[in-house]
Write a protein that binds this ligand. Structure first.
Ligand code: DGJ
Length: 731
């Protein structure tokens, strides 16, 4: 049994393969958090590890005389508000009398087979063999707010999921001004925070810092999870590295405004609270109504960051990404964006596609600029009919020509947006977010549709489903090129405007659910100006996401490195583009660009006609290599062999087959040296007893020798040289 409840003591213990998690409902119904870490013994009771002292200025709940007992110092599973815990609160409640108090007390437990679902929200899934559900009910008896804490215990995966349901059981309205998804109080230890910050074209840059005795907040207020912060954070022991040490992750399955807050308290405990951001958020519950806070995925590793990442990769692949494509070979694609931008007609596209096909590309993707009167990025969004004048043919004719080359056809769309210069906006100007009486802020000259309105979602469903039904389209790139402003919904009364940003997400999720359910064989790739919405919420619907608009391979090393802490390579869209690179102006060898792009769903983003014959042959052989290595590259275990955020000499990473029969090591030299230091790497997770041949030298030696003594490479000279070394088991 993964979940144990002892009604006599109030102890609740969750077990996964390598971890345990313990809580305790005490005699007045406060739910304490006792432990999350390596597996405990059966029957272990950690109440004795709690520390009580009268620390002053920490108040007692009504009726409690013992001054050592305070919610301010007790480690808790989920906090109320206004009753003496001055640390970060999970909840902010406004009662009809204006009071802002919620005192949550334990009211019961249910243990159920299988995994709970969260209606309307993306969430992990699993069978009764994978998972058990725990529902803990907390109540505030005065407000009559019922808070149900949901736990999904995935035993083999070593993941514990959390989510929360709020129900108004009172006769009048209750307003939630904050409704976090989870709180995790770590009673002891000092922790480093590892998080992934950035900007457009430089997403998910890993940063690691000791948590200060203060509140540290990662957040997005952009209506999307954003390029700037990712809804994923790791707490790591100061000595934790890739191969050793304690670390735990918190990943939100949500794509909108979020907050992950950490606080080191006066007594040295560490609190992490994660959920929808409370900035500009409120949600009013009429009597009987409920609100669901999105899911958080917790995972813990006592053996370092490499194993933690591996746990997340496996979990997302097996229990979050639901597309049929997650295990299928992904077609090698050519996307015309950096080849032509919006300057094309059907003939130009056809020539690019024909060249790509000759070299082995399987899918041609037509990016932005094919619809409405879209001559530049100032108009046309919303009018999803092909611009026949610009293209010189109909969409079926274009698709037919691509198919005749033996290629699949894919299309770019940006359905959540509208241009003021569009037919859609002329008919429905009120569908875009705008505050009455104010001219709306624009981003990339476009406005955002209010997806909180069911009629907008219905319209988008009609348009997109027709496009997919009427045309043989195998792939959709779903883009979002600005963040939300003027978040005011004309469909909501003044008192409910704090709901608009989350309702946008609910509308988006409903739309994606309908489309991906109806068209399960279409390969969808998420995108938000590159990696501006790279999160587990979007991956639930779309199995892959364009990692960044920066295709410079040297920048990509850091972007993909940061992304890899939480997200698997099979989710990372990654392409070879032109040299000099369009974003950085940097020149790099074609081989290096391909090795970097192969750590994701591989493709090209340039006009291959412009390459020399020798380069074309290289492309042919890259595609051949990728095809043969794809199962390993996308489904293998991913290990970071260097720290791409800080190492200046070279970056290396490894992919290893689950049966340890093969591994691939990729290495890019950033700064070739005169009188060079040796390039020495130690592969990981090979079978120590098996023998492997390395493709670089042809030498055969044991997995033990490779993992312990390592591989020494010859000096690599020139401009960003790279190597790809395969290790094949010989017997
Ligand atoms: C942003 C995307 O990330 C690019 O790849 C491209 O699709 C453009 N949008 C098109 O507008």
């Amino acid at each position: 049994m993964s979940i144990q409840f002892a009604p006599d003591t109030g102890l609740l213990t969750l077990h996964t393969a390598h971890t345990s998690y313990q809580m305790w409902a005490d005699s007045i119904g406060v739910l304490h958090h006792l432990y999350y870490g390596p597996s405990l013994g059966a029957g272990d009771d950690l109440r004795g590890t709690e520390f009580y002292s009268d620390c002053g200025f920490s108040p007692q709940p009504a009726g409690v005389e013992d001054r050592r007992y305070s919610l301010d110092t007790i480690n808790q599973e989920y906090t109320g508000c206004g009753v003496g815990d001055y640390r970060i609160a999970c909840l902010s409640l406004q009662n009809p009398d204006g009071s802002r108090t919620a005192d949550l007390r334990f009211a019961g437990v249910e243990i159920l087979p299988g995994k709970y679902a969260l209606p309307g929200l993306p969430a992990s899934f699993g069978s009764e063999d994978d998972c058990q559900t725990l529902r803990i009910t907390l109540k505030d008896s005065v407000s009559r707010l019922t808070v149900t804490l949901l736990y999904g215990v995935f035993e083999a995966a070593d993941v514990i999921t959390r989510a929360v349901l709020f129900r108004n059981d009172a006769d009048g309205p209750l307003t939630l001004n904050k409704a976090a998804s989870a709180c995790l109080d770590l009673p002891f230890g000092s922790w480093d925070l590892i998080h992934f910050q950035g900007r457009h074209c430089m997403e998910r840059q890993k940063e690691r810092m000791p948590l200060p005795r203060a509140v540290t907040t990662l957040r997005s207020a952009r209506g999307a999870s954003s390029h700037h912060h990712n809804p994923f954070a790791i707490l790591a022991a100061p000595d934790a590295g890739e191969e050793a040490g304690e670390c735990l992750g918190a990943m939100l399955v949500y794509s909108g405004n979020f907050k992950i807050e950490c606080e080191v308290s006066q007594m040295g405990s560490t609190r992490l609270v994660a959920g929808i951001s409370d900035e500009n958020f409120s949600w009013t519950l009429a009597p009987g109504e409920s609100f669901t806070a999105p899911e958080v995925l917790f995972s813990y590793s006592a053996t370092g960051l490499g194993d933690l990442s591996h746990q997340y990769h496996r979990f997302l692949q097996e229990h979050v990404i639901r597309s049929r494509w997650k295990d299928r070979p992904r077609p090698v694609l050519l996307n015309n964006w950096e080849a032509t931008y919006m300057d094309f007609d059907a003939e130009r596209l056809y020539r690019i596609a024909r060249q790509a096909r000759e070299l082995g590309v399987e899918l041609f993707v037509l990016d932005d600029g094919w619809f409405g009167h879209r001559v530049d990025d100032k108009g046309g969004l919303g009018d999803w009919q092909i611009n026949e004048v610009k293209l010189g043919c109909t969409l079926p004719e274009l698709i037919h020509r691509i198919h005749a080359l033996g290629m699949l056809f894919g299309l770019w769309v940006e359905p959540e947006m509208v241009s003021a210069d569009s037919d859609l906006y002329a008919v429905h100007p009120d569908w875009a977010f705008a505050v009455p009486g104010r001219a709306p802020t624009t981003g990339r000259s476009q406005l955002v549709l209010d997806l909180g309105r069911p009629e907008v979602v219905d319209h988008l469903y009609q348009v997109m489903s027709h496009l997919l039904r009427d045309n043989d389209i195998s792939y959709i790139k779903w883009d979002m090129n600005r963040n939300l402003t003027d978040v005011f919904s004309r469909a909501l009364p003044a008192s409910r405007q704090g709901e608009a940003a989350h309702r946008y997400l609910l509308g988006l999720y409903a739309l994606l659910d309908r489309l991906t359910t109806e068209f399960p064989d279409v390969l969808f790739e998420g995108c938000a100006g590159g990696g501006g919405r790279f999160d587990a919420g979007m991956l639930y619907y779309f199995p892959q996401s364009w990692c960044s608009d920066d295709t410079d391979p040297i920048h990509r090393l850091k972007i993909q490195y940061g992304t890899s802490f939480g997200y698997p390579p099979a989710a990372m869209g990654s392409h070879v583009s032109a040299s000099p690179n369009h974003q950085s102006g940097r020149s790099t060898p074609l081989a290096t660009r391909a090795i970097v792009a192969m750590s994701g769903t591989f493709g090209y983003e340039l006009d291959l006609q412009t390459l020399s014959d020798e380069e074309k042959e290289q492309v042919r052989s890259q595609i051949h290599t990728y095809r043969s290595l794809q199962p390993l590259l996308l489904q293998g275990r991913y290990d970071r062999l260097t720290d791409a955020a800080t190492d200046r000499y070279f970056t290396a990473w490894q992919l290893t087959a689950a049966d340890q029969s093969t591994a691939v090591i990729n290495l890019v030299v950033l700064d070739p040296q005169a009188n060079p230091w040796p390039i020495h790497i130690r592969p990981r997770h090979l079978d120590p007893k098996a023998c492997y041949r390395d493709s670089l030298t042809g030498r055969v030696c044991s997995g033990a020798a490779l993992c312990h003594a390592g591989l020494t490479l010859p000096a690599l000279m020139g401009t960003y040289p790279a190597v790809q070394i395969t290790l094949e088991r010989t017997e």
